[in-house]
Design a protein around this ligand. Structure first.
Ligand code: 87F
Length: 532
């Protein structure tokens, strides 16, 4: 087969494949030039702008459309794998630029371990890997020949790292050992892939630490969890709940799991934002990670592991996006302000252009990330919609009348509010508004989230709330069998309800409060709901 033949063969298959998918609309548009779909006599320079689906009408389609049209994601010809374009990658880097120095302050160091793991090593944690086994991807060939032994691609790195923890930790002076790595992992998921939210390859940081005492491990679990809260709330403007996972939902290999949980009002689903586990001594036993304490006595280390992934970006898109497209919180927007010249036919375009340029320069000098759209083949109106779709937090319009009045017009992406600002107050006002957008996005998301929380005491209240897409807060007896029973009783087309977390911040359980599901005495308040 010639190269050309191979190419057309592949693209044919690509097209058939794409046709069969649920997420077609957006991907089709991006591989088919518009003029092929609707041949016209005159080819207009301006293409029609993208959002065709409303967030409330078809959330799934809307999401695919937003991530593609905002140029964050490009679909790829392997299902569940996506290209993260610069728009997405820059958000990932911003989060890393916050998180990485924070963990370094805690004494955690970065390392990099290999992508591959042998079957023997992977099987070392047989018990807990059993449930995950179907998701492990294997390399079986190099070129045309079979490998002597197949090697797995890391789905997580416990088995890759812990043999070396055992080697490197000898005495109490080698503790604590605190490592983190920024990497990709592969989990060959079979359920409904979604960009950022559930993909077969994703980016994450995974922290793995070992301590001499449980107290130190316990403390770190919560310190990391607080950093995860800050990633969501301070950067992505997404409200989360810090809590502890139930026995059924915790990482089976560990002692206990904490998480930050977000909520997507449109689908009525909770979503785990990040996890911080205390592994106890389970892995220390499996991998013989022992040490000698200061009295010469043998002990086993206490371990933690924790991760957040590129899912963070998907949660942000789902929470803030609207019918016009993406909405970016200023703190993670690579461009915070887009300046758009508005020249009227007979106006002095050079003066407008000069004003635009000096505006960008002034903002950049003040560390505001501003850019200028000087393209002449697009109208101002087209540019407004274009940058709205891409989520740019603030737009500045400069036209002849603004020049005359020595002012600029600011238009917020979050509220659409417009305000004319004297050029002399530019930097101050822009900074003020960007801060206000960041706050407003968080507050609005929190109000919407809170409006979806329903406190219930009985089974009837619980099922009604579930059908109304609520996140449910209920007193619970904390028994595994009861959670399994709730899952079984709520099984249906939309998936079963499960526990999301028991918030660390627990309201009091008053005398006589019973479990909504079993009627037994309640032990803790817990969030329940359908989830991703
Ligand atoms: C999929 C395949 C094989 C999750 C998997 O949460 C193994 C696994 O161990 C697996 N999916 N897990 C649990 C991961 C636990 C833990 N790892 C380090 C974390 C944080 C980072």
């Amino acid at each position: 087969m010639s190269l050309l033949q191979a190419y057309s063969y592949n693209s044919l298959h690509l097209l058939c494949f794409v046709f069969n998918r649920k997420e077609t609309q957006a991907s089709l548009r991006s591989i088919w030039p518009l003029n092929l779909q609707t041949p016209k006599k005159e080819v207009k320079k301006e293409t029609k702008l993208g959002m065709t689906v409303k967030k409330d009408d078809n959330f799934g389609e809307w999401y695919s459309e937003v991530v593609v049209n905002s140029e964050m994601i490009e679909y790829y010809d392997i299902s569940g794998c996506y290209i993260l374009r610069p728009q997405a990658m820059s958000i990932w880097e911003t989060l890393e630029a916050f998180f990485d120095p924070e963990i370094k302050k805690m004494g955690i160091k970065n390392a990099y371990f290999p992508l591959f793991v042998t079957e023997t090593v992977l099987q070392k944690e047989k018990d807990h890997i059993e449930g995950f086994a179907p998701e492990v991807a294997w390399v079986t060939k190099s070129g045309k020949s079979d490998l002597e032994v197949p090697i797995a691609i890391r789905p997580t790195s416990e088995t890759v790292m812990y043999p070396y923890f055992a080697k490197w930790i000898r005495g109490h002076r080698d503790l604590p050992l605190k490592l983190n790595q920024w990497c990709n992992v592969v989990r060959w998921e079979f359920s409904n892939p979604t960009p950022f939210i559930r993909s077969r390859e994703f980016l994450w940081q995974e922290g793995h630490t070992a301590f001499a005492t449980k107290e130190e491990a316990d403390q770190e679990v919560l310190e990391i969890l607080e950093l995860y809260r800050r990633v969501y709330e301070e950067y992505l403007a997404v409200p989360v709940i810090k809590g502890r996972k139930s026995e059924l939902e915790k990482f089976a290999g560990g002692l206990y799991t904490t998480s930050v949980e977000a909520f997507i009002p449109n689908t009525g689903r909770g979503i785990q934002g990040a996890t911080s586990h205390c592994l106890g001594q389970n892995f220390a036993k499996m991998f013989q990670i022992n040490f000698e304490d200061d009295k010469g006595e043998k002990g086993m280390v206490w371990q933690n592991s924790w991760a957040y992934s590129s899912r963070t970006i998907g949660v942000m898109v789902m929470v803030h996006g609207d019918d016009k497209g993406l909405v970016l919180p200023p703190k993670v927007a690579s461009v915070q302000v887009m300046v758009i010249p508005v020249p009227y036919k007979d106006a002095d375009t050079t003066a407008i252009k000069a004003a635009c340029e000096s505006t960008v320069k002034e903002l950049n000098t003040a560390c505001v990330r501003a850019d200028l759209d000087t393209r002449e083949n697009y109208s101002p109106g087209w540019k407004y919609s274009h940058w709205e779709m891409k989520g740019i937090p603030l737009r500045i319009e400069i036209g002849p009348r603004d020049l005359e009045k020595k002012q600029v017009r600011l238009v917020r992406r979050d509220t659409g509010a417009k305000v004319d600002v004297p050029m002399a107050e530019l930097v101050e006002k822009v900074q003020e508004i960007l801060t206000s957008i960041q706050e407003n996005l968080f507050n609005t998301a929190k109000e919407k989230r809170d409006a979806c929380i329903e406190t219930v005491h009985t089974w009837d209240e619980f099922t009604t709330a579930l059908n109304n897409k609520k996140m449910i807060f209920a007193p619970w007896c904390d028994e595994k069998e009861v959670e399994e029973d709730v899952k079984a009783r709520t099984k249906g087309d939309h998936g079963a309800a499960k526990t999301l977390c028991s918030p660390l911040d627990q309201p009091e359980i008053t005398e006589g409060t019973v479990c909504f599901a079993s009627g037994k005495p309640a032990k803790k308040w817990t969030y329940w709901g359908r989830s991703y």
